[in-house]
Each structure stands twice: as C-alpha cells, then as structure tokens.
Design a protein around this ligand. Structure first.
Ligand code: AMP
Ligand code: GLY
Length: 426
C-alpha cells in the first residue's frame, strides 16, 4: 500500500520510521518531511496546513492511506477533505478535533459527562472574567480557547498575572480568534503524565503513558517549550492509574463524542494530572505527542500500520499491540535561542557516530540537507532516543550519543527523566 505521512517533525520521523518497517508499506511519502525523514520516505515540500495541496498530492500519488501528524491540519479539516475524496486516513474529523482545538468545548463536554477535570468557567468579556478571577483568587489558570502554539496557557501565581493573561486574550487579541474566548480554571496538584489511546469511534485501544519535560531549562526552569525530552514507562502511571484513566476519562470521552454526533477516530492524547484525587484531565490533544510519540515508537514491537488502519476502519475491537518492557527515552537537541528566536542553518556533524551507540535511534525534528550537509532549520532539531533495560541505561546511552554530536549551536537539557531516575533509586 502507498502511505503518506503529513508533518515534518520528530513525531513524523518516528511514525515514518515505524511505518517504513511494515511489510504492508510499498511506498512511503511525507509532506513536508525533513532531512532525517528523507532517509525512509520520499519528501514532498508541501506544508502540513496546506490542506488542499495535501489532498491533491494524495490523489496524484495514488495514496491508499494518509497519516496526519500535527493538530493544525486536523483542526482545518484535512481528515474530512481526504474522506470526501475517498482517501482513507488516520486522524479525527474537524468536529472531533475540537477536543484539542477548543478548550472550552472539552471542558463543557467533561462537565456534561462527568469526566474528572479542574473546575472552570468560560468568558468572552473582560468584566465578568475579572470578577470571576477576584472571586476565585490565585493561583489560577488562564487558557486561550483555541490553538496557540503552546503559548496560550498561563498558570498564574498572582491575580495580577492572571489578569494580564486575560487581557492578552480578550483585549490585546494576542492569539487572534484562538483567544477570543478564555477558560479560567482551578490549579490541579500532582504529577503530570501523557497517555495515549487509539480510537476508532467506538473502541479505545490503550497505548502507553509517557512523561515529557515542558520547560527549556534543567530542573524544570525557564520558559515552556513544545517538549525537551520524554520517557516511557512513566513510574507514576501505575496499573491502577491506567485502569482509572481508561474507565473515567478515555472511554467516557469516546462515548460522549459519539453521543454528540462527532465520533472520535485517531489517537486521543490525554494530558493528565495524577494527584490525590486520582487522575484528572488537564487537556486533550487529538494527535500523538511530540516528543512522546518517539519513545512510544521505540517501545512498539508490533507493526504500527495495521493498527492505524484498524483505527480508520473502525476495527480496533479485537486488535492487540505488543510493547517492549524496556525504558525508552528521548532527549531533544534544540537550536541556541529556542524557544525564543533561534539560530538557523548551522551545520550538524557526527550523527552517524552517535547512531552507533547501542540502543540509540536518532529522529530529526528540524533539519534539511544542503550540499550533502545536515543543517538545523528549526527550534527543536534532533531527538536523540535510546532504549535500555532501565531508565538509567537508556539515559546513559542517549547522553553518550549526544556527546558524539558535533553541533556547537545546539543545546539540550541534561536531566531528562530525573523523576523516573529518582523513583528507580528510591
Ligand atoms: P496545556 O497546554 O493545557 O497542556 O497546558 C500547558 C501546561 O500548563 C500543562 O502541561 C500543565 O503543566 C499546565 N497546566 C494547565 N492546566 C493546568 C491546571 N489546571 N493545573 C495545573 N497545571 C496546569
Ligand atoms: N509534548 C506535548 C505535546 O505534544 O503537546
């Protein structure tokens, strides 16, 4: 079968890597892809959000199955347009992608169907929002309703900060339409984890949990990023937590979406707070996490492609996936300046030597090839991943590989998986 993966980051490299290993895959395309993806797929330079051009590409290349990586094209209705063109695809409809595209939609759904999440209220006007803030007091969380490239959430420790966040959305229009409505919610206490389930509208097939590191600096300091590293398994995600998340959050959400007339197909990514009240939902995403996907792909023993097809076909009921027991980790290497303005077009050397380290796989997140050289052209640039018998070994391998990478303008956090390491040593 002929497969097209949409996107061009580390998540899509890991998906292409897994799909290219499938005996079912005869030809693999990726739009736009990157220098690493080009090693396993034919890259076509079309932006993921250019949904009409993606549909045209799928038609031109007689693609049998499209796998949509990022949220942007999902919210823009790429899955709907592909299905209208009779092209099978993995990823939710625009209506189902509201679970990620509108925080207010998700909060209202949780309230209606009794899915555990932080207490909240929604506002489009300044005055009532400010009044609510004053009533609730700090700390408190302010969220732009729509997609805001990870910048729309403020966990405010003071009322001043919360008020500023509301003003940025409702008055200053910082996020455009995405911030024309805000959710204000209570702060949840506990430890965060990401959990993933493949869904076919009716059945949810649990994948794995992972933890990522959102802050740019060691010891979780500095500004938020798209994720500086991840690992799986996540020790906080016990079998009991898993059961609770499936019973109280994932299955009820799937049933709710069907009842609301927009069944969910694709991967449901629950951002969770695991605290004294059990797991609570922070937010849903409607795609794989980046960089969580990279560690999931390293732990997956089964063929990924039939599972994604079963999700698209409504055939997950009797499906099963097998996973490696080992720990997988990914350390993100980013370009100097990230998550602010970062340097571009700097050369990266030593990738082959780094990939020689036992258990190591390197996924590219923001690279291109020029005159036979690998150049960085994104904020997050490389995912140096490793698998090991435990978190200590996996982590050692990843950092050994990083030591072999010659890229003076790159940096990484030196403490990825510190929580898991702490737990493994007691
Ligand atoms: P989100 O974009 O909704 O994932 O939010 C980004 C980050 O903000 C999350 O990963 C959490 O660290 C934090 N966050 C969001 N909502 C809450 C909440 N209600 N309580 C505590 N932290 C939160
Ligand atoms: N790593 C978090 C995300 O993909 O949203």
């Amino acid at each position: 079968m002929r497969v097209l993966v949409v996107g061009g980051g580390g998540r899509e490299h890991s998906l292409c890597w897994a799909i290219s290993a499938s005996p079912l895959c005869d030809a693999l395309y990726c739009a736009p892809g990157n220098a690493g993806i080009a090693q396993v797929a034919t890259c076509i330079d079309i932006a993921a959000e250019n949904v009409d051009a993606i549909v045209a590409l799928a038609q031109k290349e007689k693609i049998d199955f499209v796998v949509i990586g990022p949220e942007g094209p999902l919210v823009l209705g790429l899955a709907d347009k592909l299905r209208a063109a009779k092209i099978k695809c993995f990823g939710p409809s625009a209506l189902a992608a509201r679970l990620e595209g509108s925080k207010g939609f998700t909060k209202d759904l949780c309230a209606k169907y009794n899915i555990p999440t932080a207490a909240y209220s929604r506002f489009t006007e300044m005055e009532p929002a400010l009044e609510y803030l004053r009533l609730q007091g700090a700390p408190i969380v302010v969220k732009a309703d729509g997609l805001a490239a990870g910048k729309g959430v403020t966990v405010a420790t003071t009322l001043d900060e919360a008020e500023r966040a509301v003003r940025e959305c409702l008055e200053a229009n910082r996020f455009g339409d995405a911030g024309a409505s805000v959710v204000i919610e209570a702060v949840l206490e506990g430890e965060e984890a990401s959990f993933f389930a493949l869904c076919d509208g009716e059945t949810a097939l649990p994948l794995l949990a992972a933890q990522d590191h959102k802050r740019v600096g060691d010891s979780d300091t500095g500004p938020n990023t798209g994720g500086m590293g991840a690992y799986s398994p996540a020790p906080v995600f016990t079998a009991e937590v898993h059961r609770q998340v499936m019973d109280r959050i994932i299955r009820p959400t799937l049933a709710a979406m069907t009842a609301e007339g927009s069944p969910f197909q694709g991967v449901l990514f629950a951002g969770l707070m695991i605290g004294p009240k059990g797991p609570q939902l922070i937010e849903f995403n409607t795609r794989f996490g980046d960089p969580e996907c990279q560690v999931l792909m390293l732990r997956l023993k089964s063929d990924l492609l039939p599972a994604l097809i079963a999700s698209a076909d409504g055939a997950l009921k009797h499906f099963d996936l097998r996973w490696r027991e080992e720990t997988a980790i990914t350390v993100v290497m980013a370009a100097e300046g990230y998550p602010g303005d970062y340097v571009k077009n700097t050369e990266i050397r030593g990738l082959d030597a780094a990939a020689q380290v036992d258990g190591v796989t390197i996924f590219h997140a923001g690279t291109k090839t020029e005159d036979g050289k690998i150049l960085a052209n994104g904020g997050r640039v490389l995912n140096v991943c490793a698998i090991g018998t435990d978190v200590r070994q996996a982590r050692q391998r990843a950092y050994d590989a990083i030591a072999r990478i010659d890229w003076p303008q790159g940096f990484c956090r030196s403490d990825i998986a510190w929580r898991a390491l702490l737990k493994s040593t007691g």
